[in-house]
Design a protein around this ligand. Structure first.
Ligand code: FE2
Length: 196
């Protein structure tokens, strides 16, 4: 995949960010979040900061910031406000299917996660995208997670997309609405009313 990225014209001219550093989401209960990420999904709590942030409601905002690290050094991170009144101010928005964080996994890891969610009776579903197969679950504070397994010939697929990505963007901007992903059946056919 690195070779493909190096062929992106703009990537050769400027130095791009090297990887995701962390995501950020506001949660209501750090222990509830820890139980979900550690006990169900198998992540590990790798850092836990307690900080005094900028003022809120006329006084210092006290919060905690928990990190669950991933092998490349990135992390899923979660803020929690000490005071319920501050949580109401800063809480994360309600999301739907199209707002999510997607994490790359191998097939065995996706199977483990799927079974762990089933064992915990935690809602989840899977979708085929053609270029990847994904498992979805929503964390206790509404953060939607996708665990994606790339198909075996994803490099070829990515190369083909890379060749004409700008062209497809221009066609979309000009009004083209005919799907160009023929690797799977339509999204609505697959998830129906589950999209909301
Ligand atoms: Fe996605």
């Amino acid at each position: 995949m690195q070779d493909v990225l190096e062929e992106v014209p703009s990537s050769g001219k400027v130095k791009l960010p090297s990887r995701l550093h962390h995501t950020a989401w506001v949660v209501e209960d750090q222990e509830r979040t820890r139980a979900f990420y550690e006990e169900i999904l198998g992540f590990a709590l790798t850092a836990f900061w307690i900080e005094a942030g900028p003022s809120s409601r006329g006084k210092r905002l006290i919060l905690s910031h928990a990190f669950y690290g991933m092998p490349d050094g990135s992390a899923l991170a979660f803020f929690c406000m000490a005071e319920p009144e501050d949580h109401e101010i800063f809480k994360s928005p309600v999301t739907q299917l199209f707002n999510h964080i997607a994490l790359t996994v191998d097939a065995a890891t996706q199977d483990r996660l799927h079974q762990a969610l089933i064992d915990a009776k935690y809602p989840n579903f899977s979708l085929e995208h053609g270029y990847c197969k994904s498992l979805y679950a929503t964390d206790p504070d509404g953060l939607r997670l996708e665990f994606a397994v790339d198909v075996s010939d994803v490099d070829r697929i990515n190369q083909e997309q890379l060749r004409d990505a700008r062209g497809w963007l221009e066609k979309w901007t000009s009004g083209l609405r005919e799907p160009n992903n023929h690797l799977y059946t339509s999204l609505k056919e697959r998830v129906g009313d589950g999209m909301h």
